[in-house]
Write a protein that binds this ligand. Sequence first.
Ligand SMILES: Cc1cc2nc3c(=O)[nH]c(=O)nc-3n(C[C@H](O)[C@H](O)[C@H](O)COP(=O)(O)OP(=O)(O)OC[C@H]3O[C@@H](n4cnc5c(N)ncnc54)[C@H](O)[C@@H]3O)c2cc1C
Length: 459
Amino acid sequence: MDESTIIRKQIELFEKKGINRRKFFKIMAAAGLFSLIDTQHAKAFSSKAKGKIVIVGGGAAGISMAARLKRWLDEPNITLIDPSDRQFYQPGFTLIASGVYKPEDVWKKQEDCMPSGINWVKDAVIAVDPVWNQVTTAKNGKIPYDFLVLAPGIQLNWDKVEGFSYDQLGVGNAHCIYDFQGAQKTWKALQEFTAKGGRGIYTDTYTKHKCGGAPKKICLLTEHYARKHNQRDHIQLDYFTAEKALYDVPYFTPRLIEIYKERNIPIQTNTRVKGIDTAAKQVHFERIETIDGEKKVTPFVEDYDFLHFLPPMSAPDFVKEAGLGFPDGNLAADGWAMVDKETLVHQKYPNIIAVGDVAGTPTSKTSAATRVQVPIAAKNLIALMEGKEPTEKYNGYAACPIVTDYGHVLLCEFDYDKNPQISFPFSMLDMSKEQWAAWLLKVYVLKPLYFYGMLKGYA
Ligand SMILES: Cc1cc2nc3c(=O)[nH]c(=O)nc-3n(C[C@H](O)[C@H](O)[C@H](O)COP(=O)(O)OP(=O)(O)OC[C@H]3O[C@@H](n4cnc5c(N)ncnc54)[C@H](O)[C@@H]3O)c2cc1C
């Protein structure tokens, strides 16, 4: 689809929803401005550097890196390894689970997203040997590299929830939107739950996880859905977080907590899911507190009629097994790649760079963060190929559009220091509050920006 067709389709969608063209173009301008600036930037740079680049993973980070490197290198030699047939726009899973998007809205064939001239090996990497500079694949044996881009995303560890396994997703009304099928099951169950009434429990997990906002969004969307259908009095909603607070970005947190209060959704902190009994519809929790310097663990059980939970997450096993994770510190346990948080270059192996969710950067794991990391990582990789020092620096930018109801989004954008980083020109609005304009951005702009801007190496 060419750009004019995409824009025409977006306008038609807006008009169907009663939104006029002027407003549409305001929003498009807001989003488009940045990709345009980057287009100029993208074209201005090129390098004669040579070397075989292997990219592991072809999601948000891997495909965008391939597109950038392909454009910036005069003689690119790029192999991308990814077993998936499909490219998913995962931020759309929340909108499938709330009935805003249809499942077919969020994916494209991987072959249509792959930049031309890239050698795509449709396989999974099972090991990396960073000393001998080669990766091992499941079906195609060993593949050597001069430079490695690690972009395999995150691993969902379903079996770390006692009594649960992936094939049980949806059984006993236990749901998770972090999976494409799971998001579809959630939408059906959410409608049935709000129609029937009962108690809904919403949880997150104790590990770092992608899009920390997603479990909060689906909770708030359930609440609003019930209200819209005059069923609010028939459901009780509770949010349990493993963290010591609902959110930890000071500019946005007060309003988010206020919204939960206004909607009458109690929040319990320091509570993590230990297991789920889908037959009894019970969640087994642990409250973990430090009292007088001593760790105290209190188990308790809660009954539910509808459950939304997150499995613990980590870097894929092969990353940790290859010794590419941190040896100690709070990023060590889950194997996140040991990169310099500014240059994204591996701290032990300087011919490896990690981008996206797998990177051990102390910020939120979002595709918005990935979008900002990619041009920095690509420039730094080229510097290394040229035998120079990597000088581009990532400031920890991440964004999480927290959908607070059908029509509003609290657009949380921040850096490593948790300072707000409002990048879209919404400065005339108070972005510490939920905004309708941010909803338009989330529902109508960010998806085309992903498929036609970011994955093409322009945004
Ligand atoms: C429910 C949900 C809501 C979200 N909401 C938002 C949001 O609102 N805003 C936002 O910015 N972000 C959001 N995100 C997060 C965002 O989708 C991720 O941060 C982003 O996709 C990370 O990009 P990535 O390339 O690192 O990983 P992915 O995009 O997950 O790509 C990883 C790729 O690696 C491949 N791979 C995996 N293992 C191997 C292997 N062994 N060998 C080879 N290839 C492999 C996979 O097939 C996949 O193609 C959300 C995510 C979810 C699940």
